[in-house]
Every structure is written in structure tokens, then in C-alpha cells.
Design a protein around this ligand. Structure first.
Ligand SMILES: Cc1cc2nc3c(=O)[nH]c(=O)nc-3n(C[C@H](O)[C@H](O)[C@H](O)COP(=O)(O)O)c2cc1C
Length: 197
């Protein structure tokens, strides 16, 4: 399954409606060209003061299996299960301080925007990308010797769509279920807090 378009209330661009978070991957490697493209998309994300606090660490199984396995080992068991065939993991990290040494309040916001650009570009290329918070950030920090002012925010698995039927029954059903969101009036207000748009 590669198409799980959002049933949007009004039409939105395919890139937005069509992106989703699959769990059925094949083990086919991601080309260097495609890796460059998704990282380039992230590089051009907007950021407060153009500070570009994000840093991505790419773990390409076909380029460095040892590092890949170290990153993979930080995933929680649930995420390890369905990511077993995945060829690429990308850690999303961010500098938490400005170049003046002050707390950058936009650091996570900016890194999230860059991560979204990355996954949208992946979707545009026909790749599957799935962001994950289910990993051991402290272990990751230790294993990869992150500087004290750098936070690791998420892991993104990246690869090609695989066979849904190979997933366990629970995940298979989830893979096929309709994507849902809160109604617009619950998340967009007009003129005042809680006054539905
Ligand atoms: C920051 C973040 C963390 C997430 N963590 C996980 C995770 O650990 N495991 C997982 O299976 N999905 C994870 N997801 C995927 C969400 O469950 C998914 O985006 C959400 O259900 C909406 O589905 P959609 O992306 O297909 O629209 C995460 C998504 C984000 C943005």
C-alpha cells in the first residue's frame, strides 16, 4: 500500500494529503541521490533568525552497518519490530543555544519544520518516511557523543514501501485504516481562544 490519502474536508495539495507514516518497508536501499534530495529539502526549511539549528545524522545500513545497528538499537522494541527491514534511519537533532549562548526558544520548532520538509520531499520521491519519538534519547546521546547543547528530538525511518501482508495482524489493520484528525473547529480558532474557526 503506498496510497493513503487524507480524507480532507476541503482539497489540499497532494503532497500534504498524500504523505503518511507507513510501517511496511522493503529492504531496498535508498539511493544516494534520494538521500541528498531529502536532506536538501530539510536544509531549505525556514528558521528563526535563519539560525538553522537542526543537524541530521544519517544512518545508511548499506554505507555503515555498525553505526546503523547502534542507532537501530536505541529504538523501542515496538519500533524495532516494524523497522526490521528499513535501510535508513535519520536522527533529528538540534542546537538548543543561539550563537550568543542563550536558549533558542525556536530550536525544536525549527528542527520540526526541517523534518517535515524532509518527509514531504521523501513522499514527493515516492519514498516512505516515518517519524518516531519512540527511542532512547539518553542512550543515543551517549552512543553518538552528542555535545551538551544538542538535543536529539526524533528518529525518521526512510525507505521503500513494502508488503503490508508481512506485518503482524494488528499493524496490518492499522496500515489499512483511514487516517483521522480532530475536526478543524477543534484545532483552529477565530478571534478568541476556543472560538471555532
Ligand atoms: C514526533 C513524532 C513521533 C512519532 N513517534 C512514533 C513512534 O515512535 N512510533 C510510531 O509507530 N509512530 C510514531 N509517529 C507517527 C504518528 O503516529 C503518526 O504521524 C500519526 O499517527 C498520524 O499518522 P500519519 O502520519 O500517517 O498521518 C510519530 C510521529 C511524530 C510526528
Amino acid at each position: 500500500m503506498t496510497n493513503k490519502s487524507a480524507p480532507t474536508a476541503v482539497p489540499v495539495h497532494e503532497l500534504i494529503a498524500g504523505r503518511w507514516s507507513p510501517r511496511a518497508y522493503s529492504s531496498e536501499p535508498v539511493s544516494r541521490e534520494h538521500l541528498h534530495a531529502v536532506l536538501e529539502a530539510a536544509r531549505w526549511a525556514p528558521s528563526s533568525y535563519n539560525a538553522q539549528p537542526w543537524r541530521f545524522i544519517v544512518f545508511d545500513r548499506s554505507a555503515d552497518e555498525v553505526a546503523f545497528k547502534q542507532a537501530f538499537a536505541t529504538l523501542v522494541p515496538f519500533n524495532q519490530d516494524w523497522n526490521a527491514p528499513v535501510p535508513v534511519l535519520i536522527a533529528v537533532t538540534t542546537h538548543t543555544l543561539t550563537n550568543k549562548g542563550e536558549v533558542n526558544r525556536s530550536a525544536a520548532y525549527d528542527a520540526g519544520a526541517a523534518a517535515m520538509s524532509l518527509v514531504l520531499q521523501a513522499h514527493a520521491l515516492g519514498l516512505a518516511a516515518h517519524q518516531m519519538g519512540g527511542f532512547d534519547a539518553a542512550a543515543f546521546r551517549t552512543v553518538f557523543s552528542l555535545p551538551a547543547d544538542v538535543d536529539v528530538l526524533a528518529m525518521i525511518s526512510l525507505g521503500h514501501y513494502g508488503d503490508v501482508e508481512k506485518l503482524d495482524p494488528v499493524l496490518r489493520e492499522r496500515e489499512k485504516s483511514v487516517r483521522t484528525r480532530f475536526p478543524l473547529g477543534e484545532v483552529a480558532y477565530q478571534s478568541a481562544w476556543k472560538k471555532a474557526f
